[in-house]
Design a protein around this ligand. Sequence first.
Ligand SMILES: NC(=O)c1ccc[n+]([C@@H]2O[C@H](COP(=O)([O-])OP(=O)(O)OC[C@H]3O[C@@H](n4cnc5c(N)ncnc54)[C@H](OP(=O)(O)O)[C@@H]3O)[C@@H](O)[C@H]2O)c1
Length: 368
Amino acid sequence: MLIPGFATTEGTARFRERFAARLPGHLRLANGLWIASIGLGTYLGDPTPAHDQLYAEAVQRAVELGTNHFDTAINYRHQRSERAIGRALGAMIAAGGLRRDELVLASKGGFLTFDAEEPEDPSSYFHEKLIRTGLVRAEDVAAGCHVMSPKYLANQIDQSRQNLGVETLDIYYLHNPETQLSAVSRPEFYRRLRAAFAALEKAVAEGKIRVYGTATWNAYRHDPDSREAISLEEVLRAAEEVGGKEHHFRAVQLPFNLAMPVALAAKSQVWKGRAMSFLEVARAQGLMVFASASLMQGHLAQGLPAEIRSWFPGLQTDAQCAIQFVRSTPGITCALVGMSRREHVEENLATASVAPLTLEQFRSMLAK
Ligand SMILES: NC(=O)c1ccc[n+]([C@@H]2O[C@H](COP(=O)([O-])OP(=O)(O)OC[C@H]3O[C@@H](n4cnc5c(N)ncnc54)[C@H](OP(=O)(O)O)[C@@H]3O)[C@@H](O)[C@H]2O)c1
């Protein structure tokens, strides 16, 4: 049986209350929800039972230390990451220490995925499961790995709900939609995007997801004239075309960290004819922004220059300084950090015992 409910203002405020005194400014209000400024990501790691167990323990420890946001995708570790999160949170909810309305759960769809293990012959596996069953048309597959047709997304949303064990996903992202641009023209891309958004609006109406958005890697960081660039203005126009002014496109995810600051530092987007940074546009439109790869996939967790460390008083380790940068950046809702080891969860969540930099501190840091 799937756990009913979804994140609410009241539930997430209750979660926040438990940590407000110890973790100043850690849970922040975005789109009506109190969301932890450090979320647990589940991309990396071997697709093995041993790593499932690590993630399940990491998720439990993260809740105990003040995280209510968990980010995953159906293809992460061949659906194992979704299942590990679902198992851990389901057990905590069943034990009575946690309630569904306190948690903000995000997943993504778009990439083809295996089921727990890589089959011997991936292409015949996909042919049998997807093409022969009529779930996917061959012409919808881009780069041999990506589909965002309405039928496929509806199927993937149901599968993610099963894997996570919940009736409703709080945030559902279209995963790296820019992958389609390697296979189709820009007009066809936006036609596919509108069809995908229509499917996501339908899923909202059915109570299967609460809001949706895009999780990207290159799309919002590349120069507007590059092949994989996507305009946030056009994406929001597509959402409005299918969902009206009250559409449910409310969240974006993109890489952002000390070594990849484009979302803040470069005017890579155009809004009403004006060049602006991605974060300026997202903020003006009231979008929740989730930073992926906050540690640059682990590389920022060691070897930061002493000068950079000095910008983040009160923190002990390089990982903590890198996370503090991300969660202090104006416009960032949450720094997502991949962490499957308990000791990493403990080190990273300790960052939250120091308040994020104020806007003034952040500006003076940039001026250094
Ligand atoms: N296009 C997309 O949609 C997209 C792309 C990338 C990421 N994401 C999301 O964003 C999340 C975060 O990004 P990411 O996982 O790629 O990269 P990341 O958060 O920058 O780094 C994760 C890596 O850092 C290690 N780590 C964590 N804390 C550490 C510490 N204190 N000291 C040393 N190493 C530490 C983790 O190891 P352990 O696992 O061993 O703890 C893991 O190998 C992902 O998990 C995923 O949910 C989305």
